[in-house]
Design a protein around this ligand. Structure first.
Ligand code: FES
Ligand code: FES
Length: 164
């Protein structure tokens, strides 16, 4: 069991507490915008925001999140109007779209002051566009000390980038 607030709604997950948050969201809450993309915690397709930080939901047991506030892509912005979503649209970054929710959640967390680099991966070769999304989104933030663009990616994403 674990009591969380998900997209503003209090939810009592009466499931095995070792269940990854990803599957609680998808199977118990039908929030299927959060994707499962790898088996080694590398892709970031499952990224959600937990208490202001981007988190790989496949890697966190729901039982460790008692009292946490979780935001998924479904709860991020009214009708897709979060600045991270708008930046994505402006750069026309979508190819297959599978990585999109995770990237947008990671970007949104960075825009709101979350710590850590954006290490999500894209298997389609959209990374150059996604890097422009990140630059656009972070440039739109209010100026604050410590607000600097944070981006890194794995070697597979880098290989995709070099082909576009
Ligand atoms: S599904 Fe979580 S990091 Fe890939
Ligand atoms: S657009 Fe297909 S995985 Fe990124």
């Amino acid at each position: 069991m674990a009591k969380l607030t998900v997209n503003g709604e209090a939810i009592d997950y009466r499931i095995d507490p070792t269940t990854p948050l990803l599957w609680a969201l998808r199977d118990q809450s039908n929030l299927t915008g959060t994707k499962y993309g790898c088996d080694d915690r590398s892709c970031g397709a499952c990224t959600v925001i937990v208490d202001g930080q981007a988190v790989r939901s496949c890697a966190v047991p729901v039982g460790d999140l008692e009292g946490a506030r979780v935001t998924t892509i479904e709860g991020l912005g009214a009708n897709g109007h979060h600045p991270a979503q708008q930046a994505w649209l402006a750069e026309q970054a979508t190819m297959c779209g599978f990585c999109e929710p995770g990237f947008i959640m990671a970007i949104a967390a960075a825009m709101d002051g979350g710590s850590g680099a954006i290490t999500n991966q894209c298997a389609c070769g959209a990374l150059p566009r996604i890097k422009r999304v990140i630059a656009r989104a972070l440039a739109a933030r209010p100026a604050e000390p410590g607000n600097s663009s944070q981006f890194s990616h794995g070697s597979s994403a880098g290989a995709q980038e070099s082909r576009e």
